[in-house]
Write a protein that binds this ligand. Structure first.
Ligand SMILES: *Cc1c(COP(=O)(O)O)cnc(C)c1O
Length: 460
């Protein structure tokens, strides 16, 4: 058992350690100081509990923890995973025009709730709501912080005491991830889940039999991150809408991704349902995410019957989940982009769609170009391989998009070490490790990042 008093003398001086770390880590000094203080306190406790560490080990441990902590600061990342809407990497990137508008609004004042012609208080998001409704072919529309909030708000509005049963097919009790599960979302919204049908088949009659005087609505949920095959069946939306409406009930659909165009025309992939189709088929209210295939900022869009949208906007909870001016600006830009190019969508403004549509031969050329710029010893470790990209982020779970990857077998270090060095470099680059090789899928790498990728690779 070491003598604790003696061991405590091994604790480094906070002041000296902070000074050394400040040169190593570009973090605010006050943050480094409090980090080091907390770490020293922890080491002191461990020493008093019998741990024996020398000064060098303690310094090394604290340095490593601080460097890891500093990489958690939000920073740009090169996405070489091939997953286009990667939730952990921030879902959809914004187009350059939207980003430019964001800067303009963010750095000054704006007419957020101000009517410029008459100089009085104005309606928040008035323009956006009209533009959204026009794009979606809906009577009315609005936006909130995310799709989860949109669904909770919709449920809270439509479910009242004694009339709060929500009918959902057993094939649509989805868990999206990040704590979003349909049964639990219903519960927190004061709704009572009434499950109908079986996992693979739900018939119109299953819905019909479940309707009672306590029914508040019928809910459909898009199976956005899984699919069912084999013997499956479900009623057409038009039939379901007829059933709901004949009982005076609203039919609501959480369609998840909000693709504005036919995804199957971009690449050989599935057709993702569009909000326009859903509304045309008789859905009374739809909700979807702004930052999936729509390609906008994190937000949730609700669209449909004017009376229902007006009611939702009256809910006190609406105030708690409303969008701020920065989100509204980007969303407005994004929706205008689609409206401006309605006949033939110009995907140039929506990076996620551009990534889906990019031609394999272009990716191959870029891969050749990147490899040719690497140091020779590294070139010999690289191969161009066929790869499979995905839309990801709760969209088209079956869709595999042919893609191209640079596949690297490192020479002197392990593949995991190499992947880690790329992830912790500047800029950080994230690939995937498979079969002892590091794969960098180019479908999700912006062409303007190719040079940075060359530099990052040359450094590791
Ligand atoms: C992604 C998704 C959600 C959650 O959307 P957020 O905007 O992340 O809240 C909800 N429902 C479905 C069907 C989804 O695909």
């Amino acid at each position: 058992m070491p003598n604790p008093q003696q061991a405590l003398r091994e604790l480094p001086s906070i002041e000296l350690l902070v000074k050394a770390l400040a040169e190593l880590c570009p973090l605010p000094r006050a943050l480094i100081t409090s980090f080091v203080q907390r770490e020293i306190t922890r080491h002191r406790k461990e020493i008093l509990a019998g741990a024996s560490l020398n000064r060098e080990e303690i310094e090394k441990d604290i340095t490593e923890r601080l460097t890891n902590f500093s990489t958690s600061r939000l920073q740009p990342v090169i996405n070489a995973t091939g997953v286009i809407i990667h939730t952990n990497l921030g879902r959809s990137p914004l187009g350059a025009v939207a980003a430019q508008k964001l800067t303009e609004i963010a750095t000054g004042y704006c007419n957020l709730e101000f009517n410029l012609p008459d100089g009085n208080r104005g309606k928040r998001a008035g323009y956006l709501e009209t533009a959204l409704a026009s794009l979606l072919g809906a009577e009315a529309a609005t936006s909130v912080n995310n799709c989860a909030a949109a669904l909770v708000l919709t449920l809270r509005h439509l479910c009242i005491d004694g009339k709060n049963e929500v009918i959902v097919s057993r094939s649509e009790l989805v868990e999206i991830g990040g704590g979003f599960r349909i049964p639990e979302i219903l519960e927190t919204s004061g709704a009572k889940l009434v499950e109908v049908g079986a996992t693979n088949k739900t018939h119109l009659n299953d819905y019909a039999k479940a309707i009672t005087p306590q029914t508040a609505m019928i809910l459909k949920v898009h199976r956005s991150n899984f699919y069912i095959g084999g013997f499956t069946d479900e009623p057409e939306v038009i039939e379901l809408a007829e059933l709901a409406h004949s009982h005076g009930l609203p039919l609501v659909e959480d369609i998840g991704s909000g693709a504005m165009m036919d995804t199957d025309t971009l690449a050989p992939i599935d057709h993702e349902p569009t909000p326009q189709e859903a509304l045309k088929n008789g859905i009374d209210l739809i909700c979807f995410s702004g930052d999936k295939l729509l390609g906008g900022p994190q937000s949730g869009i609700i669209a449909g019957k004017a009376e229902l949208i007006a009611g939702i906007k009256q809910e006190p909870f609406f105030r708690a989940v409303r969008c701020d001016k920065l989100i509204l600006t980007v969303l407005q830009e994004c929706i205008d982009t689609y409206l401006a190019t309605k006949s033939e969508p110009d995907i140039g403004h929506v990076p996620a769609l551009q990534f889906i549509a990019e031609k394999v031969q272009n990716l191959r050329k870029r891969a050749e170009n990147i490899i040719s710029q690497l140091p020779e010893h590294l070139q010999s470790r690289c191969a161009i391989t066929d790869s499979t990209a995905r839309t990801g982020g709760g969209t088209m779970p079956k869709s595999e998009i042919p893609s191209i990857a640079i596949s690297i077998t490192p020479e002197k270090t392990s593949v995991n070490q190499m992947a880690k060095r790329l992830r912790t470099g500047t800029p950080a680059a994230v690939g995937t490790v498979e079969g002892g090789r590091l794969h960098l899928d180019l479908r999700t790498v912006f062409p303007h990042q190719d040079l940075a990728l060359v530099q990052s690779l040359s450094q590791v």
